[in-house]
Design a protein around this ligand. Structure first.
Ligand code: HEC
Ligand code: HEC
Length: 311
């Protein structure tokens, strides 16, 4: 892979000649802070700079209605957060909990706890659905945000959330936070009886902590086909979060006994359950693990991968 990149880069320079070099010189010549790496380009920074401020600064153009949000939420969020935001099993609740903040066990939700609606938009766009973060469009994020606000009785069912009216949303607990006004203590560092820095030597007492095996270039590398690699990647991205360690009642990959019982249903039935989702005696298996961008074939491949690992 690395060689390929190097070759490709050389070819680029060949094709673009001196002009190409001049164009790449900008970042080639500008080392980053402390001479490490290089200064990030504007496009690279833009990819990370997606935060939204409480006053709405940073919101993208767009809008979305409670009505549109309902379907999107039911398809992409309800499997974990519950149809009404009540939370399936032990997944986080997104609604309710008003008036519980002073209880011994406060129920902190978007409606009972969060001071700003911007966090809801930002968090959803950045991190949800759990197994397919950043797969939602801005319009979808507006609609789902509107719907979660509706689930918390903050807006009405005919509400349309837009970039323009966003900052007018008032969260019930907006006054529940205050700035910590306790003064700094300004303790002075003790600079008496210090050791002479030159007399301090760092020594490692643990021998052989750095594994060197992987440096053996002749070591055999396991060959995997493209299909196997793809199935593994789907599994890692969308299924491992629950199935690696049996989270939320999911059968654990690698535990032969847990899978043998399920296999009696037949391979086809198991794949169907993984694609369409279902509620079993152990818990809720969300459709496609909550990642609706997966094709049916992807899910089947991931199931086969799990079964193979559990033999
Ligand atoms: C596969 C399960 C799953 C799905 C599907 C899912 N979430 Fe989540 N969600 C989680 C988990 C787990 C957390 C807690 C993550 C953490 O604390 O790191 C969470 C946290 C959240 C939170 C923060 C809750 C809080 O009080 O801290 C919000 C808001 C949220 N999700 C919204 C959504 C929305 C909107 C969707 C649909 C677009 C969605 N989630 C889909 C599992 C899921
Ligand atoms: C949010 C957690 C979660 C995620 C993510 C998840 N699963 Fe599951 N899965 C479960 C739970 C819980 C069950 C067990 C439900 C029961 O039988 O009670 C389950 C069961 C299954 C089963 C057994 C079906 C049967 O009929 O016995 C298969 C196969 C499966 N999941 C495949 C997948 C695949 C493939 C993915 C990724 C694309 C995935 N799961 C992602 C929670 C999850």
């Amino acid at each position: 892979m690395y060689n390929w990149v190097k070759k490709y880069f050389n070819v680029l320079i060949l094709v673009f000649g001196v002009q190409g070099l001049a164009a790449t010189a900008a970042f080639a010549e500008e080392p980053g802070h402390y001479d490490l790496g290089r200064i990030a380009t504007e496009e690279e920074i833009a990819g990370w700079d997606i935060d939204i401020r409480p006053d709405g600064l940073g919101l993208p153009e767009g809008s979305g209605s409670v009505m549109d949000g309902e379907g999107l939420y039911e398809a992409q969020c309800a499997s974990c957060h519950g149809l009404f935001g009540e939370g399936e099993g032990r997944w986080p609740k997104l609604a309710g909990g008003q008036g519980t903040l002073t209880d011994n066990r406060p129920v902190k939700t978007v409606g009972s706890y969060w001071p700003y609606a911007s966090t809801l938009f930002d968090y959803t766009r950045r991190a949800m659905p759990f197994t397919a973060p950043q797969s939602l469009t801005n319009e979808e994020t507006y609609a789902i945000t509107a719907y979660v606000l509706y689930l918390n009785d903050i807006v009405d069912d005919d509400f349309v959330l837009t970039k323009e009216n966003f900052s007018e949303i008032e969260m019930p607990n907006k006054d529940g936070f205050f700035e910590d006004d306790r003064p700094d203590v300004n303790n002075k560092a003790c600079m008496k009886n210090c050791k002479d820095p030159d007399s301090i030597k760092v020594t490692s007492t643990i021998q052989g902590v750095t594994p060197l095996d992987h440096l053996d270039e002749d070591a055999e590398v396991e060959q995997v086909s493209e299909e196997e690699a793809h199935a593994k990647a789907v599994y890692e991205q969308s299924c491992a979060v629950c199935h690696d360690h049996g989270v939320a009642g999911a059968p654990t990959t690698g535990e032969t006994a847990e899978w043998e019982a399920r296999l009696s249903k037949g391979h086809e039935a198991i794949v169907k359950n993984a694609i369409e989702g279902y509620t079993g005696s152990e818990g809720v298996m969300p459709p496609k693990g909550g990642n609706m961008s997966l094709s049916d074939e992807d899910v089947e491949a991931a199931v086969d991968y799990m079964l193979e690992m559990s033999k």
